[in-house]
Ligand binder design. Structure first.
Ligand code: FAD
Ligand code: FES
Length: 437
């Protein structure tokens, strides 16, 4: 397929395989080799570039998804031979180890600083007696690699070079919900919707999923919104975690949801991942499903037979299984505003590393208590809620947090440890929710 991007202000286009990842487009087609592949599994951030000004991990974005958009790599930061202030700060503070990840770090920081006051420009670009660091944006750091010809596919770069890439598929872009449904009907069970791609593409790169067709929903901008409907707030399924985190409306009316969205992964993940994708993916360790359960949300889906509403309590059916019928498209999430007297909230998440999924997660809104990763689906802690309704003090009610759950065992935690965590986190969450109500 033909992909055209604006890279560092210049149009770059090529015929590429549908499965080509943005990082390989930048390196092989555009000849911009400062963006490196580190982990190749969406964790390290070495491949970070800006897509329409926001940081993304280019190993987890298809070149096709970026088509028609603006990409900035570290080579595009310097102007007139002058380093960007972030590059200069790295240089003067010698803030690097081998330099391999430095371009990704620089791009992540540039994105984080957007909207903040301009960093102090400091003095000079180079200190006497020091080696120039590989900041790649300056002419002396460019290697001038020849560009690969059009038709580039996801090949390795030399002996021993292995790329983590999805198996082949056909990419189709939908420009409306109706077109997405038509494409789903045309391709049947071989097709999967692609929203942010931050659950599906990692699975495809690890060959744990191999759909024959991806229907990209990225063009459905009319499904990205947050609107006030009086008693409830409606959120389009394509609304990104980043937009939920920063929504003033949600911050004032549903702070639990806004706060929890800000705990999903890292900024790069939140710039791509969507609430609809998170819910439809139905990973029991995900944050937003448990939060929507605590908030008694309703999900709206569209299918060949028309639209329907599904209460969130009936949506999750098992590990990665939902009530969505094949080809059905999640279009909206409706979240009721908490009643006066139920406004205390808390979100607790115990993780191994900063950007991780929850080993156990807890969402509390008023007297509603939901648990993440305490079984194959997010659960309401019914025994805790009953104890609270019966007048038990929060700390005592929290002791029932593991009742009726069936937490799994994995390399991060035993079932017993998860039960312990649930009691501790529910106790903390209830204390915080009570003090804030
Ligand atoms: C490094 C990393 C860290 C992460 N950390 C966390 C974390 O801490 N907490 C957390 O909760 N999540 C985390 N995630 C997952 C992230 O939140 C994903 O964005 C989210 O789970 C999926 O959203 P998406 O838009 O990327 O969906 P996609 O990956 O595009 O799709 C996921 C699934 O949902 C289906 N789908 C998507 N949209 C729709 C729709 N509108 N209708 C019907 N089906 C649809 C797709 O077909 C696919 O099966 C992390 C991901 C990564 C890569
Ligand atoms: S290479 Fe590590 S996140 Fe992309």
């Amino acid at each position: 397929m033909k992909v055209q991007l604006a890279v560092n202000g210049s149009e770059v286009s090529a015929d590429v395989e549908d499965r080509l990842l943005l990082v390989h487009f930048l390196r092989d087609v555009a000849g911009l080799t400062a963006t490196n592949v580190g982990c190749d599994t969406t964790s390290c951030g070495a491949c970070t570039v800006l897509l329409d000004g926001e940081s993304v991990k280019s190993c987890t974005v298809l070149a096709a998804q970026a088509g028609g958009h603006e990409v900035t790599t570290v080579e595009g930061l310097a102007s007139d031979g002058e380093m960007h202030p972030v590059q200069r700060a790295f240089h003067t503070r010698h803030a690097l180890q081998c330099g391999f990840c430095t371009p990704g770090m620089v791009m992540a920081i540039v994105s984080l600083l957007r909207g903040e006051p301009a960093p102090h420009r400091g003095a000079g670009t180079r200190r006497p007696g020091r080696q120039p660091v590989p900041l790649h944006g300056l002419p002396q750091h460019r290697r001038g690699r020849p560009r690969r010809s059009a038709g580039a596919g996801p090949r390795g770069e030399g002996p021993g070079s292995v790329r983590v890439i999805p198996s082949s598929f056909t990419y189709r872009r939908a420009d409306s919900a109706a077109e997405a449904l038509d494409l789903a009907a045309e391709y049947g069970e071989d097709a999967k919707y692609l929203a942010g791609g931050h659950s599906l593409l990692p699975l495809m790169k690890l060959r744990l999923a191999a759909p024959g067709v991806l229907i990209d929903l990225g063009g459905l901008r009319d499904l990205s919104y947050i609107t006030d409907h009086g008693p409830h707030i409606a959120i389009g399924a394509l609304t990104r975690h980043h937009d939920i985190e920063h929504s003033e409306l949600l911050g004032s009316q549903l702070p639990l949801l806004a706060h929890a969205a800000g705990q999903v992964g890292d900024p790069q993940v939140r710039h791509r991942g969507t609430i609809g994708g998170s819910v439809a993916h139905a990973d029991p360790a995900s944050d937003l499903p448990a939060v929507l359960l605590a908030l008694d949300a309703t999900l709206v889906a569209s299918g060949p037979g028309g639209g329907r509403e599904i209460p969130v309590a009936e949506f999750f059916r098992g590990f990665f299984e939902t009530a969505l019928e094949p080809g059905e498209l999640l279009t909206e999430i409706r979240v009721p505003k908490p009643a006066p007297g139920s406004r205390g909230w808390s979100f607790q998440k115990f993780t191994q590393r900063a950007i991780d999924w929850a080993i156990v997660g807890v969402a509390v809104q008023g007297g509603n208590v939901a648990l993440g990763n305490m079984g194959p689906v997010p659960l309401r802690a019914a025994a805790v809620e009953a104890a609270l309704a019966g007048g038990a003090p929060p700390a005592e009610a929290a002791m029932h947090a593991a009742d009726g759950t069936s937490p799994g065992l994995d390399i991060r935690a035993s079932s017993g440890y998860r039960e312990h965590l649930a009691r501790v986190l529910v106790s903390r969450a209830l204390a915080q929710a009570t003090s804030g109500s």
